[in-house]
Design a protein around this ligand. Sequence first.
Ligand code: AAL
Length: 422
Amino acid sequence: MKKLKYIIPIALGISLFSCQQKAADCDCKDSEEKKETLDLSEKKLDRFGITNKDYLSAASKRALQWKYVENDWYRVFNAMKPLKGDLAYEEGVVRRDPSAVIKVDGLYHVWYSRSTGVTNGFGGDIENDKVFPWDRCTVWHATSEDGWTWKEDKAPAVPLGKKGTYDDRSIFTVEVMEWDGMYYLCYQTIKSPYDVRTKNEVGLAWSKSPYGPWEKSVEPILKPADNGVWRGEEQNRFNVEKKGDFDSHKVHDPCILPYKGKFYLYYKGEQMGEEILFGGRQIRHGVAVADNPKGPYVKSKYNPITNSGHEICVWPVDGGIASLVTTDGPERNTFQFSPDGINFEIRGAVKGANMPHAIGLNRSIEATTDNPTKIFDWGLSHVYNSWHYQSIMRFDSYRKTSHVAPGAKKPDGKKSKKVQDN
Ligand code: AAL
């Protein structure tokens, strides 16, 4: 088949415009090289069903610019299922934001945020009220033989700090890392009072055993950028003189992965003066890197490393780091992959239906190059039983590589299952 390759100067106009805007810091020599190359081979046009290469719609041009067009990153999530034992739904108790599940000596372990009582919200007595379901939480730990029936410890794994310390109000949204015979828990922290402008930080605790005792970092290991400026004294998080970096207000959902001899702390940033933008809240992810698990963690100069997302859900595969980007922004509900832990590209989109959004990955399942989303076979997440109370449930999902009617033949000639194409 004859292959045709054309150079289409899509980006040229944009480059010239931005060169005029930023003459001082733009190297205009590069703009010629920034022209987009579209593969207009007959094979590609036929695969995408594009009739006329001389009349490419904006959508067709975007499709031709997709970098990854394989189908090995597609997953379908089944409805979540309730847990048994101590983690079954309990009226009056918040259990949410489970960590990754790890397996130690034949037992599954999970950590999570736990609090009790109704949420009062803001505007009242914030010294004594509970402003969010994740306010007044501590980190708890539970174990299970089968991943269904869980036994909760009798006391928190990580308690609040003394009055006046950085974690005296709430400790929540925890992740676990096992490294070199030690266990590390990283989590969000709030210092009282908790109002809408309160900055949120990240703390760390470590232990030789998953059962503790846990030693806590004296200071946060990650803080929001301090280059935003509030306007006025009133507690209004939208009222700013300057928004600052993507993480000028809150650093959330921390997750540390050992990677290439260093420790990559992935996190969600919230910006002062947050807007609704491009189909969601202005939430983006960042990464900070350290030589040692306890830090110091230095924020990457490339931050933010996503333009969308919410809770962090990252795992190592194929020599790089993968991420499930959920909930907010134009690239929500996509699997993304970076060969270097920093530069993420979309690899597949996920159906929103049933998709858990506060995922605790099951790190006892290893993702492979052949099946990079295998780690999603099952794991934990939370559901909102009400605004006041959340409970942890179990998700499972299956890989889908063809769309076949029950009983009909799949592309490989084999018959699909009568009930579910797996
Ligand atoms: C979640 C997470 C963080 C937030 C709160 C509890 O969606 O992003 O954990 O602080 O909500």
